[in-house]
Design a binder for this molecule. Sequence first.
Ligand code: 6PG
Length: 471
Amino acid sequence: MIQVSMGLIGVGTMGGALALNIAENGTDVALWNLDLLDIDALIASAGPLAQKLKKSDSIKAMVQAMPQPRAIILLVPAGTPVDQTIDNLIPLLSSGDTIIDGGNSDFRDTVARCRRVEAAGLAYLGIGISGGAEGARHGPSIMVGGTEASYAIVEPVLQAIAANFEGDPCVARLGPDGAGHFVKTVHNGIEYAEMQMLAEVYGLLRDGEGRSGSEIAPVFRRWSRGPLESYLVDITAEVLAAKDPETGEEMVDMIVDQAGQKGTGRWTVIEAIRMGQSASIIEAAVGARVLSSHKLTRQIAAPLLVPAGIDPIAKVSEQDMESALVTGRVLGYAQGFRILEAAAVEFEWDLDYARIAEVWRAGCIIRSAMLDDIAMAFRTDLPRGRLILADHFIKVLTQNVGGLRRVVAAAVLQGLPVPALSSALSWFDTIRQARGTTDLIQAQRDFFGAHSFKRIDMDGDHHGPWMRKDG
Ligand code: 6PG
């Protein structure tokens, strides 16, 4: 096996944590960062691992100090900084060396960069790393895009640092060039959907039931031990229980309700729509973050747009809320996998959906017990071709969708927004409707634009009687 020497550029929170992880697994890491003081701080905090962290004063010095073949991971902000770093590295590296972008890059940029770097005689990998700083330090989930040969060189290092699910390292090469970053983007889309649905249920408990964060925390804690077992439900319980050290108030109550976003959720929706897929739950989650930033408008609107038709007695049980979240989770994952399936066709990637679910079982933000069932379904049980039509998920949906229906109904009657949960329900009710209502849309299209329609009883393209009016 070829022994590769590892370098890392960008010693921020993620980069520093990943460097420590690599060092802890026995590999020296050459480090460079725009601000060299960050490297000093990392080394000073590294304890016995410090001896494996090698600071360089320049990119050139870093490359020269590394034996060949070299693999250099970039953990710099997505966009121009990645291109600039690649430009700086290309003239310094030699054949056999690999540049690895470990950030949340747009997969289209990764495809272009891959071509550019390979044209310069070097190897390129775009890897999605999930799990936040904690994951990067102790075991992230890693989604790799690039050639098999480029992956083979760094595979042992990536396997050593990745999270582990019952002995299976959560890392895989999922396809060429942009495939890893695409899968990571969809992972984040699912993350957005899941976080939004949890926030909506928190809203029902807070605004519908008048409960405080610390009263809600035990509910999420209980849920995290059942079918909703997952990292995001766990941390939701934890943040809801936390007190603000400054004021002693509940921490969530002190946080401004405007959510940030760096782009991956939006990219998921854009790519889904571009490929003719519905990612309605993810879209609702992105939209909810967008509306959250319109704080001033919401503050002005609150006393003015008083909702009519409110039924404050429309209450819903915790059992129904749990079922709603289970259903929403199944449908959120299902939308994510549909986008991946469409991408596999569009970009001619041979994506292994079971493996993707397996790689997400540990280390990443959307890890949950359900991913094991999803992996199993993809491996054994997709006779009808769709995740939601696997026997296991038909059962889960049938048992839980009533809860989602009651939660959405109660939220609507209380005037509480549940955009992601209601999108999930509408998606479910649409996909299970053998005869939908787009017959009318086809008629309207034909009426105003002579677009024609198919008939249920004859082949060919047809027009309605409205076409005959003026001969
Ligand atoms: C992860 C996270 C991580 C980060 C995203 C989301 O998988 O570890 O998804 O990549 O939290 O950048 O960021 P935004 O919510 O800011 O878009």
